[in-house]
Design a protein around this ligand. Structure first.
Ligand code: GLN
Ligand code: ZN
Length: 761
């Protein structure tokens, strides 16, 4: 008998119940009992969903009110001392203080969980961090599952992964030094779980898919030796990539089972087979937990059958990773036609795929003949559908010359051509694109979308908004104004909705962090631009001012990175398709007189592969896609890009290789540290380091801005330095934006005057 299990499940609920309950609790509209009831109800519903699909071991402890890495910190009793809270007696208010901060404490830092868009709270390790087992919360959830008659399989973040994910604080020390103490606590936790009738525990060590320093790798064997005599069986879970290079190490670990991600890295199993310990369970992650495509069931069944022959009862089947990273239920997407829906599988559909695989293994192909035929049909229509495959798109890519991504002239030549017509003062000022999205703007967009506002009236409302934006920027004397992006709900969705090849769901929510969910678009087919997307807005803005208006586009890598992407083409090809679609827009903007164009790429850094060895290839194709999006523009047309959300020090050469004429980049939160790196690297083109942090309503004082700009001037020659905020201003209110920009302008004028005096122009 093959065993079915999952590594984790979405938490938020079909209608985002958890989000709504959390936010109601934070606003004081719900009490703790109500919130905890919702949470319990969701856990139970999701376990029963899994049971209905024949999942024999349900994950427990994968659910979290805010974040499972925070819960892991509580479980081992190691919450940062600075909060003055005690893990053992923590109440809900305390829990959310850790997650969200309060008046006296900044929250724990948040960062992306490996290469997903899920964010976890970063543990803070001090040399004197102490651990203590704190299993009650987890045990209570185990009892909940058991009360439903389910076999509970607790999920723990593994000790090495937990330590690795944290950052050291205070005096310098090596966080591995905390391992012995931490392991003692894991032993206690495992004993407590065993006493609750637990048989298997899933212990996640996704860091094995990274390139780990040798001392970390060396720590695995002794660590798991320490846990070996625990009264439970350990299923070591790896995911998000291949761990093949550690096959010998992992095969020798004293564990009862191993989960491998066979969706991302199907070939890795071969490395393990020769030394596979007798009796060890293989949990085969065949069904892709990171994507929303219906599985090719025939193919997967063939793979599963081969594994079943080799492993017999020791074969478990699972999604490749936790299903946390996909939406819950494709059946809810009733606005999509049946063909589109037939290509999709969200979490519930993936459970069903597992169930069919098990039936196929145990009762033979014929037992699931209908389902196999349905899957084959979906695969065939995806392979052939004219909705997906467009000859014109393929032909255009094929016809691109090898050097299509190169500008006609090198930057110095272009800069001369651009200066000739732009006639900008020293330290030109600009913004990143968006201005405050007021309640009226949102209301107009929503009414238009619902059909309550006629197209012509919507157009009028947006034009009025643009006129107001230009008026305000004129008043501030911003050198390169923008139209303000009032018409955009979201920087990816706005373009995706106008491009062929994209589809949008109604309820395809995925948790990003805490109560925050995102609804990534789905790139299902060849991407092409049907008609101009932004030209009329930019042209209207330009008609209202003598200053050069900057056009505003979302770049190909960000369009790709923040979407679910088709799995029948390499990502690099999809990126090139998007680039060419954007290039159509760039050329139309240019022809319409918009000759400063910003192509935002905030997501370039976060798409980096987990293993450094794969970085160069990624940076090569993403760089090519970016450059393709502006190919064939005139030397005199100035291409900007913008980046934020990350530290960029380690990819500066790749950023320079984008060859944008100007980059505006988030720097103020790191106090311009990044700039030092830009200086050392001798960044060749123009750069606008953000002079103030837009993430808070705080108005930066002139002295602060001046200090940052002076720092910038020390590493970037004045003739290549721009002045701008850190990022778009859409989340801010007008009073603070006006005041902050006024300060920015005042400092700039002052610096221009003193630079003029020094004659460095
Ligand atoms: N142009 C976008 C804006 O100003 C950029 C947003 C971003 O970098 N995330 O909102
Ligand atoms: Zn930004």
């Amino acid at each position: 008998m093959t065993t079915l299990h999952t590594l984790g499940f979405p938490r938020i609920g079909a209608k985002r119940e958890l989000k709504l309950a959390l936010e109601a609790f934070w606003k004081g509209q719900q009490n703790a009992v109500e919130l905890l009831d919702t949470a319990r109800e969701l856990r139970q519903r999701h376990w029963l969903n899994q049971k209905a699909a024949g999942i024999q071991q349900v994950p427990v402890g994968d659910f979290a009110l805010y974040d499972h890495v925070l819960d892991a910190q509580l479980l081992v009793g190691a919450i940062p001392k600075r909060f003055g809270l005690d893990a053992a007696t923590l109440d809900l208010a305390g829990y959310f203080t850790l997650a969200r901060g309060d008046a006296g404490h900044h929250a724990q830092e948040m960062t992306k969980w490996f290469d997903t868009n899920y964010h976890y709270l970063v543990p803070e390790w001090h040399a004197d961090t102490a651990f203590s087992a704190n299993p009650e919360r987890l045990l209570a959830q185990v009892r909940e599952a058991q009360a439903l008659g389910l076999k509970a399989k607790p999920v723990l973040v593994g000790p090495l992964t937990l330590l690795w994910l944290g950052k050291t604080k205070g005096e310098a020390f090596e966080r591995l030094a905390l391992l012995p103490q931490l392991l003692a606590v894991y032993r206690e936790l495992l004993a407590a779980l065993a006493a609750s009738g637990i048989d298997w525990v899933q212990i996640d060590e996704p860091i094995l898919a990274l390139e780990l320093p040798t001392e970390w790798l060396a720590a695995f064997a002794p660590a798991y030796q320490t846990l070996a005599d625990s009264p439970v069986k350990l299923l070591l879970a790896t995911y998000f990539g291949s761990v093949a290079e550690h096959a010998a190490l992992i095969n020798a670990l004293p564990i009862a089972g191993l989960h491998l991600d066979l969706a991302r890295a199907p070939e890795q199993l071969d490395a393990f087979l020769p030394g596979w310990p007798a009796g060890r369970v293989l949990s085969a992650g065949l069904i892709d937990g990171r994507n929303i495509w219906r599985a090719d069931l025939s193919r997967q069944l063939a793979r599963a059958q081969t594994l079943a022959e080799r492993f017999g009862d020791a074969l478990w089947l699972a999604p490749s990773c936790s299903l946390l990273h996909v939406p819950l239920d494709a059946a809810q997407e009733t606005a999509l036609d049946t063909e589109l829906r037939s290509w999709l599988a969200f979490a519930l559909q993936k459970l069903n795929e597992l169930k069919l695989l098990k039936r196929g293994i145990e009762q033979g192909r014929d037992a699931i003949a209908n389902e196999l035929a349905g899957s084959d049909f979906a695969q065939a229509t995806r392979r052939q559908s004219p909705r997906i495959h467009r000859a014109d798109v393929a032909a255009r890519l094929a016809a691109l010359p090898a050097d299509a991504d190169r500008r006609a002239s090198p930057y110095p030549v272009r800069a001369t051509a651009q200066r000739a017509w732009l006639q900008l003062p020293l330290l030109p000022t600009t913004t990143i694109g968006s201005f405050p999205q007021t309640a009226e703007i949102r209301a107009a967009r929503a009414a238009f979308k619902k059909g309550e506002l006629a197209a012509a009236d919507y157009e009028t409302a947006m034009r009025a908004e643009i006129a107001e934006m230009i008026r305000r920027q004129e008043a501030l004397a911003i050198d390169v104004p923008v139209h303000g992006e009032a018409e955009r709900n979201d920087m990816v969705e706005y373009f995706g909705e106008q491009l062929a090849g994209y589809l949008f769901t109604q309820l395809g929510w995925v948790q990003s962090y805490g109560s925050r969910c995102v609804k990534p678009p789905i790139i299902f087919g060849d991407v092409a631009r049907e008609a101009p997307m932004t030209v009329r807005w930019s042209v209207y803005a330009q008609s209202l001012t003598q200053r050069p208006v900057k056009g505003m586009l979302t770049g190909p890598v960000t369009m790709l990175q923040w979407s679910f992407v088709r799995d029948d083409l390499p990502r690099s090809t999809v990126a090139r398709q998007i680039a060419l679609a954007l290039n159509d827009e760039v050329l139309d903007l240019e022809a319409a007189g918009i000759r400063v164009i910003q192509i935002d790429e905030p997501a370039i850094r976060e798409g980096l592969p987990l293993k450094r060895a794969d970085w160069d290839r990624y940076l090569a194709w993403t760089g090519e896609a970016f450059r393709l999006s502006s190919h064939r523009v005139d030397d005199a047309t100035q291409i900007h890009t913008h980046m934020c959300y990350s530290e960029f020090n380690d990819i500066l050469p790749a950023i320079a290789a984008l060859d944008a004429d100007v980059i505006t980049i988030e720097t103020s939160r790191s106090d311009m540290q990044l700039l030092t790196a830009f200086g050392e690297f001798a960044y060749p083109n123009e750069i606008g380091p953000g002079v103030y942090d837009i993430h808070s309503p705080r108005i930066p004082a002139e002295a602060e801005i001046e200090r940052l700009l002076t720092k910038a001037l020390a590493v970037i020659p004045a003739e290549r330095l721009w002045v701008n905020p850190d990022c778009g201003l859409k989340t801010r209110g007008w009073p603070e934006v006006e005041a902050a920009l006024a300060n920015m302008m005042a400092v700039t004028k002052h610096l221009r005057a003193s630079l003029g005096e020094r004659g460095s122009v």
